[in-house]
Design a protein around this ligand. Structure first.
Ligand code: ZN
Length: 424
């Protein structure tokens, strides 16, 4: 069965296309972009007034399975992904047990295939049990399906281990993704250290807890020549380091999360634990720096850091609440705010959500070129809605964006030529 998306505005930065055109999907592939005869058996979706984008790609989600299915599982997480317009997601290894063995990687791959919604690419652990002591067996993890390694949630603090991880991962062509946080300096701080933390009296971590690790890691990336990627950067200093490293020609990259360009630490002023996230929401000057880094090309990808939690993890006092935001269903309209605010042009914004992240990890996704996988997101850019966490598809209703007016949403999400989500 083929599927014809008729009359939408096709935006595919990878191939430089931005034009009103029909898109024909056949046998799981992009068969045509542009005019042509309508196949008799085609199902037709009228896409006039909508954008037809390559399916969105998220480098950073927590699906919680195995082990914490009360927060999320692969079925609910990928349902949330496709509702948010994402067709490919990379899931972090801090599950229970940790994804540091072939068996866990295979379980994730198998479950995702059974569920059959978004494509799921597992990220393996850098170190066994995320303990930062001994490296995992990257060869067997890669054979089982991982696309990168990360100890996300924990930072690799040991410099020598980080060097060996970069060298070892490079031999298998696996990028190393770092959660950049000096744990001694951050000291478990619940929020960003600054004027708001002084006012609230909450424990806090300074911006340097992030930027110091980025500076160190970039030195190690230079030493090893390996592919290094900094996750969810949130500070002016860290982004300045990445900018300078890129100017020197290092093969390094970074991502930012929507909450770090859409909210500041003022969101913590009322002690709303839904605004507790790690790295924390930062002061206005850092938010400005994140937006500048998006504008000047320092940032390579927008990634959600989707971190769903159960009510019991969040409905406690701020200091004791779990870190994290359920982000898959609010990312797209928050990203569109960057375009509406003229921070980035539309084609760049689409690239940050599609082929740029796909290219970083070598995923077969992110473009609508002929023969590409038929993963497509049909976006209604003018659809106005208000965030109601109770209506989230994700099991995690933890969001600091409740009540926020949004503009733009996925109308249809298509994976492998099959409609896996349709709004309304
Ligand atoms: Zn992290």
């Amino acid at each position: 069965m083929s599927l014809l998306l008729r009359g939408g505005r096709v935006i595919d930065p990878a191939s430089g296309v931005d034009a009103v055109a029909d898109v024909l999907l056949e046998q799981g592939r992009v068969a045509r972009v542009g005019p042509g005869p309508e196949p008799a058996a085609a199902r037709v979706i009228e896409a006039q007034g909508c954008w037809v984008l390559p399916g969105l790609v998220d480098l950073h989600v927590h699906l919680r399975e195995p082990g914490q299915e009360h927060k999320e599982d692969i079925a609910s997480g990928t349902r949330a992904a496709v509702a948010g317009g994402f067709t490919s997601v990379c899931c972090m290894p801090n599950t229970k047990p940790v994804n540091d063995t072939r068996a866990v990687t295979e379980l994730i791959v198998r479950r995702a295939r059974e569920v059959g919604l978004a494509r799921v690419y597992p990220v393996g652990a850098i170190s066994r049990g995320l303990q930062g002591e001994a490296l995992c067996e990257y060869a067997e993890l890669k054979e089982a399906g991982i696309v990168a390694v990360s100890d996300d949630g924990r930072c690799v603090m040991d410099c020598g281990l980080m060097r060996r991880a970069l060298e070892y991962a490079a031999t298998f062509d696996l990028p190393v993704l770092q959660h950049c946080e000096d744990h001694q300096l951050a000291c478990g701080g619940a929020m960003h250290e600054g004027r708001v933390s002084t006012r609230t009296g909450l424990t806090a971590q300074p911006a340097q807890a992030e930027s110091i690790i980025v500076a160190r890691d970039l030195e190690l990336a230079e030493l090893t020549g390996a592919r290094y990627h900094a996750q969810h950067l949130s500070t002016a200093g860290a982004l300045r380091h990445v900018r300078e490293a890129k100017a020197r020609g290092l093969a390094v990259s970074c991502e930012v999360a929507p909450h770090h360009f859409a909210l500041s630490d003022e969101a913590c002023a009322g002690y709303d634990s839904n605004a507790k996230v790690n790295p924390p929401l930062r002061s206005a000057e850092h938010v400005r720096a994140v937006r500048e880094a998006l504008a000047d090309g320092t940032v390579d990808a927008i990634a959600t850091d989707h971190a769903p939690h159960a009510v019991v993890d969040k409905e406690v006092e701020f200091g004791r609440a779990a870190y994290g935001i359920s982000g898959l269903e609010t990312c797209l309209p928050l990203a569109l705010e960057l375009w509406r605010d003229r921070v980035v042009p539309l084609s760049r914004l689409v690239a940050l959500l599609t082929y740029l992240p796909a290219r970083l990890l070598g995923l077969p996704a992110g473009t609508l070129t002929l023969g590409a996988a038929a993963d497509v997101t049909v976006v209604d850019p003018e659809l106005c809605w208000t965030v109601d966490p109770a209506r989230f598809v994700s099991r995690g209703h933890n969001t600091p964006f409740a009540g926020r007016a949004m503009r733009g949403a996925a109308r249809y999400t298509i994976v492998g030529g099959e409609v896996v989500f349709a709004r309304g």
